[in-house]
Design a binder for this molecule. Structure first.
Ligand code: MN
Length: 328
């Protein structure tokens, strides 16, 4: 998905700009962001957060739906660019058709992972297929690429089958990295973990995690406690580093969660609109190239194969210089 905020300020890091080396528990509420375009859709954004720019290299978390799309054409995000990041598309309900500038055409379904490595630059479009199911629910995640890999050739991968770890009433689908020795085939460039967790009603679980990673858990639905403290739906609880396991307990309706973690990402990052770079000049250059490609010029952003319609224009840059942020 595109970051369609009207006025996409660079990330401003607040209280958790410093990585917690010890286990902690800090609840972060989502903010509702209306996505622009012809069909209004509101997403719940927990990263980047005023108080937390990244968790590992995870740098963007949008949670959307369930949306009734039975009487509409559903999701329609025209071609837009990305740089310096990977997008991870994960659906809980519905279907999305992905098309990109390296020629990919992919139907994404629940339980399947699409991971697009933008590297030096890619463009993609996401639309509901004409015969889409009535409900749409999903998360859109971004992973920042480290400096040594952020200019890689853009590429796309789809993983229809992922490892699943079952332990009592917990079912963990490993999206990225590994859980309990089960490793996802998805490519990552920094030590990272991402998993979809389903807890049966009244189930408790101790989820094993890497002590060197920092972690966070996003509550997708149901009712759940983490470390004994409730996590309201759509909130993200930041857990810091230094844990070997995370204690989870579901209430009578069961729960669905997303585990996000990784080695703390300590490079400077500058996120603006759909670009990740390292400084103001680089972001300006990305934007200039995207606007030139919209006018038909050959740039780092090739046209999206098979999409019929105009691409998204880049927003205006702010009048002040964009400043990168770094965690310590
Ligand atoms: Mn996108």
């Amino acid at each position: 998905m595109s970051n369609l905020e009207r006025d996409p300020h660079e990330t401003v890091a607040g209280g958790l700009a410093t990585v917690s080396p010890e286990p902690t528990r800090r609840l972060l509420e989502p903010r509702e962001v209306p996505l622009g375009g012809t069909r209004a859709m509101v997403v719940r954004r927990t990263l980047p957060h005023r108080d937390l720019p990244t968790v590992g290299a995870w740098c963007f978390v949008d949670d959307y739906g369930p949306a009734d799309v039975s009487r509409s054409s559903g999701m329609h995000v025209p071609p837009h660019p990305h740089t310096g990041l990977q997008t991870v598309t994960w659906l809980l309900a519905g279907e999305v058709h992905h098309q990109d500038s390296v020629g990919s055409q992919q139907r994404v379904r629940p339980g399947e992972l699409s991971i697009m490595t933008a590297g030096r630059g890619i463009a993609h479009a996401e639309t509901s297929p004409p015969d889409h199911p009535p409900l749409l629910r999903g998360v859109q995640l971004w992973v920042a690429l480290p400096d040594g890999d952020r200019h890689v050739r853009p590429h796309f991968a789809h993983h229809a089958t992922l490892p699943v770890v079952v332990d009592g009433g917990l079912r963990a689908t490993v999206m990225v990295g590994s859980v309990a020795g089960e490793r996802s085939p998805a490519e990552s460039y920094t030590p990272l973990v991402g998993a979809d967790l389903v807890l049966d009603r009244d189930a408790t679980a101790r989820l094993p995690v890497e002590a060197d990673f920092e972690h966070a858990v996003l509550a997708l639905g149901g009712d759940v406690t983490v470390d004994g403290a409730p996590v309201p739906a759509a909130s993200l609880v930041y857990l810091g580093c230094g844990r070997r396991e995370i204690a989870l307990a579901a209430g009578s309706s069961g729960a669905r969660l997303l585990l996000l973690g990784g080695a703390p990402f300590e490079e400077e990052l500058l996120m603006w609109w759909n670009f990740i770079g390292r400084d103001h000049e680089e972001i300006v250059a990305f934007r200039t190239e995207w606007e030139a490609s919209r006018a038909g010029a050959a740039t780092r952003f090739d046209p999206v194969t098979g999409y019929d319609g105009p691409p998204l224009p880049a927003p205006e840059l702010p009048t002040t210089r964009l400043r990168p942020r770094r965690r310590r």
